[in-house]
Write a new protein. Structure first.
Length: 76
């Protein structure tokens, strides 16, 4: 058990030193969340009618979460 703690501490120290040696740019994070969209609303998701070139570019260059779900959908 003690060797696991030492290994963890060594890895933590090594990763801290490695990240301190490289200057890092601040992250640019943009979260786009739209309510009441179908799964294929964007062009990149397969929609051939709606043209969304700028959102498609953001999706190609970034990360898309394609397996989101809602547990309780309702309308007021």
């Amino acid at each position: 058990m003690k060797s696991n703690h030492l290994l963890f501490a060594a890895l933590l120290l090594a990763s801290t030193l490695a990240s301190a040696a490289v200057p890092q740019k601040p992250l640019n994070i943009v979260v786009l969340y739209a309510d009441d969209w179908r799964h294929d609303t964007l062009g990149i998701a397969g929609n051939h009618v709606v043209k969304t070139p700028h959102l498609d570019q953001l999706a190609r260059e970034g990360v898309r979460f394609t397996h989101a779900c809602v547990t309780t959908s309702f309308a007021a």
